[in-house]
Design a protein around this ligand. Sequence first.
Ligand code: DX5
Ligand code: ZN
Length: 216
Amino acid sequence: MNHLIAPSILAADFANLQRDLEMINQSDADWVHVDIMDGMFVPNISFGFPVVAATKKHATKPLDVHLMIVDPDRYLKAFKDAGADGMTVHYEACPHLHRTIQAIKELGCRAGVALNPHTPVALLEDIIADLDMVLIMSVNPGFGGQKFIANTYKKLNDLKELSRERNPNLLIEVDGGVDQSNIEKLLQAGANVLVAGSSVFSSASPAAAIHNLKHP
Ligand code: DX5
Ligand code: ZN
C-alpha cells in the first residue's frame, strides 16, 4: 500500500487551529493525528473534547486519535462523539486490552494499540489479529519535538514479521521525530502510517513538508 501521512496538530498554532487545519485539508496529508494527554499516563496535558470537536468541524480528513491516558475505556464514547475516526490506546494503560479493543470497534472506529519505546512487539502476539493498527512510539510519549529513538527500526522489523504471520492488513504507524531524514528507512522497515508534528509545523512551508513526506 501507499503510505499515509498524519500531521500531528500538537505542533499546530492553537490560536490559529482553523487555519492550520485548512492547510492540512489542502495538503497531501491522509489523516489528522490528534494527541490526547492526561497528565497521568504522560507528564503533560494537551487538550480535550471541545478541541477535538472543533477540529472535527474544520477537518476534511479522518481524525486519528492517540489516547495517552490512563483507563481510556471511560472516555471512548466521548471521543467517538467528539469526532474520532480511529482510536489508539496504549498497551501500558490497558489491563483489559482485548475488551478495550472490542469497545473501540463496537463504536465503529478503527482500533489501534500503541507501544512505548521499552515495550516489546512480542507482547502483541495474542491480540494482533484483532487490531487494525499498531503504533510504534519512536520517542517517549508526552511531548513533540523529541529525538527519534533508533531501536524503532528493530521493532518495526519485528512487527512486520508478526503482521505477515497473523494480520497482513495491519496498519503500522510510527510516531515521534519523523522527518525527511528518516522516512525512507522507516518505510523500508515496514511503517505505512507516518505521524509528523514539529517537522511539518516548524517548516517554512508545512504543506510542502507534508508533500515531501508523502513523496520521499
Ligand atoms: C508525542 C506525540 C506525537 C507528537 C509527535 O507524545 O504522540 O504525536 O505530536 O511530535 P514530533 O513529530 O514533533 O516528534
Ligand atoms: Zn501521537
